[in-house]
Design a protein around this ligand. Structure first.
Ligand code: PEP
Length: 253
């Protein structure tokens, strides 16, 4: 049994005051949920403040990005060791907004995954196809490539410390969600690919999240799918009521 994870990606939202209020609302609603890992990814500026709010709760802290070098003349970048130092246990890697707006490529995602693992951060590796790629029928080609390249030089024994989020780009922030069946198909394919790249047992340990307009009214059906182990939530994570409801998704056995 893989333990579900619900992760909030606050993107470039939340001043310190707003982030404090949101974190307090989430702590209030979620602190007693003991059958799900809840993860908050505020902007870098709010990591320390949010950490204070979630201290003494099972809620974990996550960065939205990291840089792979240890230290040095890399203006504007933040290292894995710095993120660990501020209290992060997770880091998002290769989000489609980083790929589309900031020129990130599979090779940089790979370096970030390896740096995260070295510093005991769990990478949440994001993969997913564009609308045009889905229309051209190359969804699996794209996702297979992204997974394979990003996990180069990762050992099978490290897979249980890796989370992969399938986020079709056409569903992010658009209100268009993949149907549970569409998402499950790709999740099964990712797990199959992991089994080929590593081995079946290791592939079974990887938690696969779906991301793309997850909301209180679609999370239950998504989470009912066998290979959907959680959600990466953008817009709906910015209000305690909707995020708490998503964390409280209907447990179907
Ligand atoms: C995301 O930012 O990873 C995301 C899935 O956003 P949204 O839920 O707003 O589509």
């Amino acid at each position: 049994m893989r333990r579900p994870i619900i992760a909030a990606n606050w993107k470039m939202h939340m001043t310190l005051g707003e982030g404090t209020e949101l974190a307090q609302g989430i702590v209030k609603g979620c602190r007693d949920m003991d059958d799900v890992d809840i993860v908050l990814a505020p902007p870098f500026t709010a990591l320390s403040t949010v950490r204070k709010e979630i201290h003494d709760t099972p809620i974990a802290l996550c960065a939205q990005n990291l840089y792979w070098e240890e230290k040095g003349a890399f203006t504007g970048e933040v290292s894995a060791a710095m993120l660990k130092d501020v209290g992060c246990d997770y880091a998002i890697v290769g989000h489609s907004e980083r790929r589309q707006l900031f020129g990130e490529i599979d090779r940089s995602a790979n370096k970030k995954v390896l740096a995260a693992l070295t510093h005991d951060l769990i990478p949440i590796l994001c993969v997913g196809e564009t609308d045009a790629e889905r229309d051209r029928g190359v969804t699996y080609v794209v996702v297979d490539r992204q997974v394979k390249e990003a996990l180069k030089d990762v050992a099978a024994t490290q897979l249980d410390r890796i989370v992969i989020a399938y986020e079709p780009i056409w569903a992010i922030g658009t209100g268009r969600t993949a149907t549970p069946a569409q998402a499950e198909e790709v999740h099964q394919s990712i797990r199959g690919q992991l089994a080929k790249l590593f081995d079946t047992d290791a592939a079974e340990t990887v938690r696969l999240l779906y991301g793309g307009s997850v909301k209180p009214d679609n999370v239950d059906d998504l989470m009912a799918e066998a290979d959907i182990d959680g959600a990466l939530v953008g817009g709906a994570s910015l209000k305690p009521d909707s995020f708490n409801r998503i964390c409280g998704f209907e447990r179907r056995t």
